[in-house]
Write a protein that binds this ligand. Structure first.
Ligand code: SF4
Length: 314
């Protein structure tokens, strides 16, 4: 059984079914307290440095080298050069299930070549339970920080199916009051406790775009997993992603949008496209660009407070 680091979404079903343990190494970044030595995106630079420093211990590494994150490649290569057995995984831009299947077959080979497919149903059952947490926060019975913790942990299911079940079961349901229901689009915030800060302002996140993808994609066979992950919206054409966004924003009764992105991330260039498409639907929109991990900076807090005032004026 190997500890397999993943740098972005890699089907955790496949890693568990191969008898290994996935660990999303991004989860070490927000509270790392480390300043990267050289970087484009702070996420990739910090999981690179933390691994090279020995603060993240891995037996193998799967780098998402294209489609979702386009910055991880060289930082992954630096870890490979340090001696970690490394594989590169790519999503098809056109949503081809055939290409996705080929990528998954190569991943299976890298992970040892054998799969216990009974694990797929256990993962699906956990993803359904986590999706129920998402629904409860949409219906105002779970606060957005607690729901976010469950959803963002869906990338590796907390590194243990048993621990993830306990995490889900321990979420406390309590009536949530808020002033506005918001969506958080883009990459998950690198600011520790960002949702908690929003909760404190009466801004309830009812849609975390990327973490929701971690739960939405699933399957009970290699074929259905390939078909599902081929639809990963962050790796697809922006027009496809906007269609999904419009549907989720409407269903969840969203009243305003925060688009969160990172300095030096290619997703940053999508901001004007998303802004134009979603403002045209009547959604107030604010863009937050982050760089290094920290608590939410004062300037960002002030901008979000001003955004809330704007929502109240509409
Ligand atoms: S923020 Fe962008 S560049 Fe950084 S890890 Fe995420 S997808 Fe990659």
């Amino acid at each position: 059984m190997a500890i397999v680091g993943i740098t972005a979404l890699v089907p955790p079903e496949i890693v568990y079914a191969s008898g290994n343990i996935p660990v999303d190494i991004n989860n070490f970044v927000p509270r790392s307290g480390v300043v990267p030595r050289d970087k484009l995106c702070a996420w990739t630079a910090l999981w690179r440095d933390l691994t090279l420093m020995g603060r993240i211990k891995l037996d193998k590494l799967v780098v998402v080298a294209g489609g979702d994150c386009n910055n991880a490649l060289v930082d992954g290569e630096k870890i490979e050069l340090s001696g970690v057995d490394t594989h590169y995984f790519t999503y098809p831009f056109d949503g081809s299930a055939k290409i996705m299947r080929h990528e998954i077959d190569k991943l299976v080979e890298f992970l040892g070549g054998e799969l216990d497919e009974s694990v797929f149903n256990r993962v699906t059952e956990l993803k359904s339970a986590a999706t129920a947490v998402d629904s409860e926060r949409v219906s105002m019975h779970i606060n957005s920080q607690d729901a976010f913790e469950i959803m963002v942990s869906g990338s590796d299911l907390a590194g243990s199916l048993e621990d993830y079940r306990k995490m889900i079961d321990s979420v406390v349901k309590k009536r949530v009051d808020c002033d506005f229901r918001l969506a958080l689009l883009g990459t998950p915030p690198i600011y520790d406790g960002f949702h908690e800060f929003l909760d404190s302002l009466g801004l309830h996140i009812v849609y975390d775009e990327m973490p929701y993808e971690f739960l939405r994609l699933r399957g009970d066979t290699v074929k259905s997993i390939s078909e599902s992950y081929a639809d990963y919206s962050f790796a697809r054409n922006i027009t496809h992603r906007i269609k999904l966004l419009k549907s989720e924003l409407k269903q969840r009764g969203v009243e305003g949008i925060i688009h969160f992105h990172q300095f030096a991330c290619h997703h940053k260039l999508e901001d004007p496209i998303l802004r134009e498409a979603l403002c045209a639907e009547g959604y107030p929109f604010i863009t937050i660009e982050a760089d290094l991990p920290s608590k939410t900076p004062q300037q960002t807090r002030l901008r979000i407070e001003a955004f809330k005032e704007r929502l109240g004026d509409l």
